[in-house]
Design a binder for this molecule. Structure first.
Ligand code: NAD
Length: 486
């Protein structure tokens, strides 16, 4: 079966490595035709701040499998990341990055590592919702959704199951972010029950990263949130010995993008010394995605044979191990010559194909009840007690002032004099009959009218509210975190 894919050569070393990879795909008779688009530096410099021209979106919709060379983002503000634009606009929710060692051919401290990082690609702090609220305080919203979380976790388990992997590790910071990361970890445990054949563990991201960096062979498939995944996948790629080796896939429901993890390497552009391996490995993932796992195996095993024969591009060339320092073109020729051969020392690639099951989200029926409000107040002059006094006086008991925090730490009632306070206060108002012990709290329903009246009373008293956040119960369960020390 023939497929037309969308191809962008990219910038810097992009054209060299892309052409090398396409030559290998053609030699392996993958039956691909290429619809080419221009993205990147040239497009940015023509005044398109996203780096992708309008007509390229139509090409991507027509040919939804996209092999993309690395691009150069011009220096200066105003240029938006092309990758982030493509990922978010086209709903490429899963970023998959396999990182494997090629010992003894590529120098690494971890000869046995073979880790796949599955990173959520659309949500988290990358939602890009940031504000400066007061003179002192800036914020960036961390947005996680149930469907976004369920989708990435199902993808990770399914990937592990199909590819004969043994274990899936979920990395979160749910000891601190109990509501958001807690939801991610709970979802992992819930979906994990459907995969009893896979070992499963949840680890805290900080110790998890330290262990990934020192004992990567303890890990198999890792699933994590966007920001943690961004960091951990660079750690794992670096551990294998060279950024020139790892490819990545950005998977969406309809459109998917495959690329090297490295950038456009302008320092070596046009010199025929770039290593095309990362883009070749990305192309291997693309072939599996297209339902041609046997072609992915053919190419990747020929590539492993090339490494075993000591034919190495400059970035991995080592005296005593390597035999030939191969240019980009010559390295591609060597891979083509070895098509059909299997590696003898390195574990051969066994690629598994097949479409991932479509994800269908059924929104649960949940009773949502307003039970209070967090008012974020700008006040550069008051102490916590002075602010509490002002709020109590102004609110006339409309709702009950439950606590005041500053940068999340409780400062009223019973705050500590040592706590440093900025000009930005979170003032929690709840229904009048809430019990004091929050663990046993019974929250009273609060009406929107009461909240509006409270805001009007504070306005009259010249108390400046810079943001509000409603407090809800979902089927009676608290949908908000407690203040530190609450
Ligand atoms: P880079 O990955 O391009 O280069 C880092 C170092 O690794 C350089 O010394 C480079 O020569 C080397 N290197 C990278 N790929 C190589 C390969 N295939 N073979 C041999 N050596 C290789 O990172 P950078 O220098 O920070 O960024 C350069 C440009 O790439 C920037 O404009 C950046 O925004 C862009 N970038 C693009 C992507 C992408 O398109 N996905 C990713 C990262 C960076």
């Amino acid at each position: 079966m023939s497929h037309t894919i969308t191809v962008a050569q990219g910038d810097g070393i992009g054209p060299e490595i892309t052409e090398a990879v396409l030559r290998i795909l053609d030699a392996a008779q993958c039956g691909l035709t290429y619809d080419r688009i221009d993205v990147g530096e040239k497009v940015y410099l023509q005044g398109n701040s996203s780096g992708i021209p309008a007509e390229a979106w139509d090409t991507l919709r027509r040919n939804p499998v996209f092999l993309k060379g690395p691009i150069t983002t011009p220096q200066g503000s105003g240029y938006k990341s092309l990758n982030v634009t493509i990922r978010k606009t086209l709903g490429l929710y899963a970023n998959v990055r396999p990182c494997r060692s090629f010992h003894p051919y590529v120098k690494t401290m971890h000869p046995n590592m073979d880790v796949v990082v599955v990173r959520e690609n659309e949500e988290d702090l990358y939602a890009g919702i940031e504000h400066r609220q007061t003179t002192d305080v800036y914020q960036c919203l961390k947005v996680l959704s149930i469907p976004g979380t369920e989708k990435i976790i199902r993808y990770a388990f399914e990937y592990a199951h199909r590819n004969g992997r043994k274990k899936v590790t979920c990395l979160v910071k749910d000891n601190i972010m109990k509501v958001t990361d807690g939801m991610f970890a709970d979802m992992f445990r819930r979906v994990g029950k459907e995969y009893p054949g896979l070992q499963q563990e949840v680890q805290i991201i900080d110790i998890g990263t330290a262990r990934v960096a020192t004992q990567p062979d303890r890990y198999d498939v890792i699933v994590t949130l966007n920001l943690y995944g961004d960091i951990i996948s660079d750690v794992t790629a670096e551990l294998t010995g060279s950024v020139g080796m790892a490819g990545s896939a950005n998977i969406g429901d309809r459109i998917s993008m495959f690329e090297a993890i490295h950038g456009s390497a302008p320092d070596i552009s046009g010199m025929n010394i770039a290593n095309p391996s990362a883009m070749l490995n990305a192309a291997g993932m693309m072939l599996v995605h297209l339902g041609m796992p046997e072609k992915a195996e053919l190419i990747q095993n020929a590539w492993l044979c090339t490494l075993e024969d000591g034919i190495h591009p400059a970035d991995i060339y080592r005296e005593g191990v390597s035999k030939v320092k191969a240019g980009t073109k010559e390295f591609a020729d060597a891979v083509i010559e070895r098509l059909g051969k299997l590696p003898k020392v390195l574990e051969p690639v066994h690629a598994k194909g097949g479409e991932m099951p479509a994800y269908v989200y059924e929104r649960p029926v949940v009773k949502r009840q307003l039970c209070g409000i967090d008012l974020f107040v700008c006040d550069p002059d008051s102490t916590p007690n002075e602010l509490a006094e002002k709020l109590l006086k102004a609110s006339h008991g409309m709702l009950k002032l439950k606590l005041i925090t500053n940068r999340g730490v409780k400062v009223w009632p019973d705050g500590f004099p040592e706590t440093f306070c900025t000009d930005h206060w979170r003032c929690r108002f709840v229904g009048p009959e809430v019990e004091v012990d929050m663990d046993k709290a019974t929250y009273q329903a609060v009406g929107t009218k009461q909240v509006i009246q409270l805001m009007q009373l504070l306005e009259k008293a010249h108390i400046e509210v810079v943001k509000t956040e409603n407090l809800y119960l979902f089927d009676g369960v608290r949908g908000f975190s407690l203040g530190q020390g609450e």
